[in-house]
Design a protein around this ligand. Structure first.
Ligand code: FAD
Ligand code: NAI
Length: 477
């Protein structure tokens, strides 16, 4: 056993942890990052859920499957003929694995570049050490004990299992198994029509699976602006995704060939869904497994998340926690922002994360993206607002792309015109939302956006026109 002293030790190398470590090192701290994720060969695979079984591989498969869908259903509109279209699932999964590895390697390179010491293995609290420091044990190929003046916990989250239906990653799949189904199933069940259910359901539907999504709540995408949710529901249903709302799952049984899900539908009728495989995507739980939080008295909240204040301080001096393991949206960019802010706070700076301007994106087709408040939230809060929308149908670039589904919607304060929320469903919503985030960070009014010159022809003109629509003066609709 060898002891090594660090100013900052980060436990967890996902987007929260690795970014926190890089920022801490940039600020001059002697920094270590411990991550236990193993690649197929047992080697390090930093990047966490996001890189290994989340954001990155899901977007790789969404891209591959969208190409397949375009080639099969839309190329003909452009006069492009294809014979014998086929999908090689093994190759598609191999490409996804390559993309993941490029990201793993990129993070290892960034650690070297920024002089972050990386330890591959499980990090846990051993005990409080002298002078307010902590001893952190690293279990792995080379067990050792580190001493840290500051600890940042960034241990992420795990998929929530349905009671009585443990993940076997063969028939009952978490996000992990959902990203490596070896061949296109004829029938695929999904429980939960949240972000993962819609993204992964879309991937396998595009490749030919008959996909049925069972959702417990009576409202589709309840947290999303309901005009957007309605438009998206219409598009998904047209594509062939079957979405049943208001169901209650009774029992899930598996055998060698498939899964049988017994449930009651919204009207109380008993139903059974038979499917080859079942994805369970009903949310995620914070992960503190193996952290040995008890050894130092690190406090968790009632959900099992590490309890933190607004600035990510835990109940222990010099111990911070960020990302999915604490309160707030479980998003990679939220974790990253918290990582940067905490490193800056340790350096005595004033790191800040604005929860009101964290964008959300669902990478389906059409894409869904939003920032700020929904019309439903504003109604509930009683704030006076005005809203305006502009359809992609009236946007020249969208027509040229052949993708005119959806719209951009602006909501602004009735008196001051300050932008309170922007909601997009349609092509490249994930990219278009950035302008709205910048505008809201600078407390722009809808008129500010309406007066800015946007390139023609571009999808961003729909953003400008939606801002004009707030004042009922669109030019192209
Ligand atoms: P994680 O990424 O979970 O990383 C935690 C890391 O800590 C892991 O590597 C884990 O192995 C390691 N670890 C845990 N305990 C220990 C320990 N004791 N010692 C050492 N290492 C430990 N978010 C988006 O913003 N955009 C998306 O498009 C998106 N797509 C997603 C798709 C899917 C299918 C899923 C499941 C999630 C997606 N997310 C997306 C959410 C995103 O992945 C998470 O919000 C993000 O990964 C959280 O980052 P984190 O650093 O807090 O934790
Ligand atoms: P989610 O919270 O997005 O959706 C879960 C859905 O399951 C909800 O609609 C919920 O009502 C439903 N549900 C819960 N229990 C149920 C039950 N017993 N029966 C039927 N339905 C039930 O969670 P999901 O999809 O698992 O994703 C987890 C998180 O990962 C997301 O909230 C998000 O933070 C992150 N993520 C982000 C992505 C992105 O940014 N594009 C992509 C994928 C995941």
């Amino acid at each position: 056993m060898s002891a090594t002293n660090f100013d900052v030790v980060v436990i967890g190398g996902g987007p929260g942890g690795y970014i926190a470590a890089i920022r801490a090192a940039q600020l001059g701290f002697n920094t270590a990052c411990i991550d236990e994720w193993k690649n197929g060969k047992g080697g390090p695979a930093p990047g966490g859920t996001c890189t290994n079984v989340g954001c990155i591989p899901s977007k790789a498969l969404l891209q591959s499957s969208e190409h397949f869908e375009q080639a099969g259903h839309h190329f003909a509109d452009h006069g492009i003929g294809l014979k014998d279209l086929s999908i090689d699932v093994a190759k598609m999964l191999g490409r996804k694995d390559t993309v993941v590895k490029q990201n793993n390697d990129g993070i290892l390179y960034l650690f070297k570049k920024n002089k972050v010491t990386f330890f591959h293995g499980r990090g846990s609290f051993a005990k409080a050490a002298e002078g307010g420091a902590y001893e952190i044990a690293v279990a792995g190929d080379k067990p050792q004990t580190l001493t840290a003046k500051h600890v940042i916990v960034a241990t992420g989250s795990n998929a929530r299992a349905l009671p009585g239906a443990a993940f076997d990653e063969d028939r009952i799949l978490s996000n992990d198994g959902a990203l490596r189904i070896p061949s296109v199933p004829k029938t695929l069940g999904v429980i939960g029509s949240g972000v993962i259910g819609l993204e992964m359901g879309s991937v396998w539907r595009r490749l030919g699976a008959e996909v049925t999504i069972l959702e417990g709540l009576p409202t589709f995408l309840g947290a999303v602006d309901q005009a957007v949710a309605k438009e998206a529901h219409k598009a998904f249903t047209k594509q062939g995704l079957k979405i049943e709302l208001g169901v209650k799952i009774a029992e899930v049984k598996t055998d060698k060939t498939g899964v049988s899900v017994s449930y009651t539908d919204a009207k109380g009728g008993a139903q059974v869904l038979e499917c080859e495989r079942l994805i369970v995507s009903i949310g995620r739980v914070p992960n503190t497994n193996g952290l040995n939080a008890e050894a130092v008295g690190l406090k968790l909240d009632e959900r099992g998340a590490i309890a933190v204040d607004d600035e990510c301080r835990t109940n222990l001096p010099n111990v911070w926690a960020i990302g999915d393991v604490v309160r707030g949206p479980m998003l990679a960019h939220k974790a990253e922002e918290e990582g940067v802010a905490v490193a800056e706070r340790i350096a005595g700076q004033h790191g800040h994360v604005n929860f009101n301007t964290i964008p959300w994106v669902i990478y389906t087709s059409p894409e869904i993206a939003w920032v700020g408040q929904t019309e439903e939230q504003l109604k509930a809060s009683g704030r006076a607002y005005k809203a305006g929308s502009f359809p992609f149908m009236a946007n020249g670039r969208a027509r040229a792309l052949g993708d005119t589904t959806g719209f951009v919607k602006f909501i602004a304060d009735a008196k001051t015109d300050e932008i309170l929320g922007v909601h997009i469903v349609g092509p490249f919503a994930s990219e278009l939302i950035a302008e709205a985030v910048v505008a809201m960070e600078f407390k722009a009014s809808a008129e500010d956006i309406a007066r800015i010159c946007h390139a023609h022809p571009s999808l961003s003109e729909a953003t400008k026109e939606a801002a004009l629509a707030v004042d009922k003066r669109t030019l192209n609709f």
